[in-house]
Design a protein around this ligand. Sequence first.
Ligand code: HEM
Length: 439
Amino acid sequence: MTTNAASPLAEAAAAAGCPFRPDFDPFDDPYLSDPYSWLAEARSQSPIFYSPEIDYFVVTRYEDIRNIFRNPEVFSPSPTTEPMTPPWPSTMEEFAKWGRAIQYVTGPTLVNEDEPEHMMRRRRITPPFLPKTVALLEEHVREYTTDYIDRFVKRGHADLVDDFVWEIPVRVLFRLMGVPDEDAHYVKEFTAERALFSWGRPSEEVQNRMAGEVGAFAQYCERHIARLREKLGDDVTSTLIRFSDEDPELFPELMVHSYLLNFMFAGHETTTSGSASGFINLLQDRKQWQMVCEDRSLIPNAIEEILRFNPPINAWHRRALKATQVGDIAIPEGARLLLVIGSANRDPDRFPDPDRFDITRPDAKFHLSFGVGNHTCLGAPVARLEMRVFLEELTRRLPHLELVPDQQFEFSPNASFRGPRHVLATWDPSQNPLPQDRP
Ligand code: HEM
């Protein structure tokens, strides 16, 4: 569907001689299930193109994307929380029923803030995300991981998403944000369709339903903040509250809410997707799965290669604050740019033989899956910790695990967040290596 042929951006793209790619459709197959072969062709033929479908300039090469990420003075992250499909008027009416909910969703939330305020705020809220603080989470991550594997280890089959990595990242995030475990359902309901809302082509009905879920979650956040105020801890939400109390000019009270609401979303679906994609990559290449089972010191680099090969955030956006140039294309002021991280990570000019999954690849960690520069993912140490513990425990307890053959993997129809909805696996429980794990 070509919707924006006559937009000002389309006119600027035409004037700049930028190729048009009406065949770019990130919401549907075949791109949805395999974006990489389409992107390989685009990267070599039209590395920067204009997409009439989404009315964006689309950037596909590693160097260009890296430079854009590293230049926040020219390329602003401000569109990050703007839905790709503008809300329907009835959706705005739905939001209006829920007090300040819409302000929490679209308000400043670090990831969409410009300098210099962004760095001033980021520095203040970094302490709970420092590697030494995050390391304290390891015992909890291992406890949750053990608990979930215990539930299915004797069964002989599992959905490694639903039964394993779907809930644990939420529970870890709760711990980080000071949210009691029993409140899990609020986050689940809120985030279920959030990727579709922000990055898809949701129907009016889906958008309206989402507005109701966000509204209910916004009210939950208000209650959570009020409860924590009575007894502040060392969690991220308490850090935000202290920050706001001490420096309301730099960090107004509204931001405690917008940060909390958006952090709750940022931190778990991505980790679930990265882990689930990693299980597929490793189990589809038995030799590499076997290598990890025999030598767990290979896991950290395997995780970097998993993130390079299948980034949980396949694309991210920026807006040009002034007229500029990317490659040989003139970009007008105000242009929206889609940075396709999944393409950058497979650029042969940066990663030799990029379509080969190789857990010993020496430079895998230079992927752009966490971004790079001022806005680089604050939660990366948390995600890496979780993915490591999941793989350590799964390879220790179920090294003979296999993927159910011929299964089709499903992906949410959106232009950014990417991970298989289910990963079905089987094994013979009588062969489980730990005696206590056998039926
Ligand atoms: C594998 C999992 C994850 C991936 C792939 C991922 C990816 C990203 C990306 C691409 C960005 C935007 C970078 C930019 O705009 O330049 C980002 C920002 C961010 N992420 Fe993550 N993320 C993950 C997990 C997490 C977790 C677990 C948390 C929290 C516990 C988190 C919190 C954040 C925050 C707060 C930002 C905004 C940082 C800033 O703008 O200064 N992320 N992440």
